[in-house]
Design a protein around this ligand. Structure first.
Ligand code: ADP
Ligand code: MG
Length: 256
């Protein structure tokens, strides 16, 4: 490395523009070939650094989010699931709902793409540099219960309160007892009008009493806050997981 390169590396480090030194050499050749003006070169350099910084921030957010798999809206086949309105999902993908601290509730039977869409919205938020955390209802309550025993409840709670978007998958898969329901309630209350929740459930709202072991008071209290500023997407369709099996005749849909 010559002295000029060393000085550039030092300044780029100080200004937190880590890709600039590498970009200067790669863009210099392009600038010469295409006879760019100095202004063109400066713009191309800063744009490339900005893109690289965005990509890095997005990767970090996605890593911290803890997605179980990487799903995108592009990979969602809307023609297979006509009960999902493509325009509505596109509007949600703008993440304006995250800026407004609104909620999104995805309801439907297994395999219809609730988790897929929830992760996709998380991925879109990460692209906008909004922090995201993915969890399931079971893991959320287990984590908070464990933290309470360990005396680290407040800090653990903040992990579910602080992200701009909290995804709570699989509410209703396993019924929650009174203590567990209180933990979920705490998270919902703390985020109410302050941070978005994307929640998925295989139970319709009418069945939420069962989710909370018959405690309709807590079910109503949680729903009241969740639904105040929210969009519900009810998916009524076939399981995507079983579509090929059905085609092959391995699984049959019960009549009626
Ligand atoms: P759910 O959470 O509703 O049980 P998932 O989102 O886990 O369902 O979907 C099951 C699998 O099928 C996943 O691999 C998901 O990516 C895929 N999938 C579901 N619906 C669609 C769809 N409409 N287009 C493409 N893939 C889908
Ligand atoms: Mg799921």
């Amino acid at each position: 490395m010559n002295l000029a390169e060393e000085r550039l590396e030092h300044l780029a480090g100080r200004l937190k523009l880590p890709d600039v030194p590498g970009l200067v050499s790669s863009l210099a050749q392009e600038a010469a070939d295409k006879e760019w003006s100095f202004a063109d070169f400066a713009e191309a350099l800063l744009q490339a650094q900005s893109d690289a910084s965005d990509a890095r921030a997005c990767d970090t957010i996605q890593r911290l989010a803890g997605f179980p798999s990487r799903k995108t809206i592009d990979a969602f086949d809307f023609s297979f699931q006509p009960s999902v309105n493509k325009k509505q999902v596109a509007e949600l993908a703008s993440c304006a709902f995250v800026e407004r601290a609104d909620n999104v509730i995805l309801l439907g039977p297994p395999g219809v793409g609730k988790t897929h869409l929830a992760i996709s919205l998380g991925v879109e938020a990460s692209k906008k540099r909004l922090s995201v955390k993915f969890t399931t209802a079971a893991r959320l309550v287990a984590s908070l219960a464990e933290a309470r025993t360990a005396g680290t409840f407040s800090r653990r709670l903040m992990g579910f309160v602080r992200p701009s978007l909290l995804i709570v998958d699989e509410v209703g898969f396993l019924p929650l007892d009174a203590g567990e329901a209180a933990l979920l309630f705490e998270v919902v209350c703390r985020r109410y009008e302050r941070g978005s929740i994307v929640l998925t459930s295989n139970k319709s709202y009418g069945e939420w009493g069962e989710v909370f072991s018959g405690d309709t008071v807590i079910a109503t209290a949680i729903l009241d806050r969740l639904l105040h500023h929210s969009t519900t997407i009810s998916i009524k369709g076939e399981s995507y997981r079983l579509k090929d099996k059905k085609k092959a005749g391995i699984v049959t849909t019960p009549a009626g």
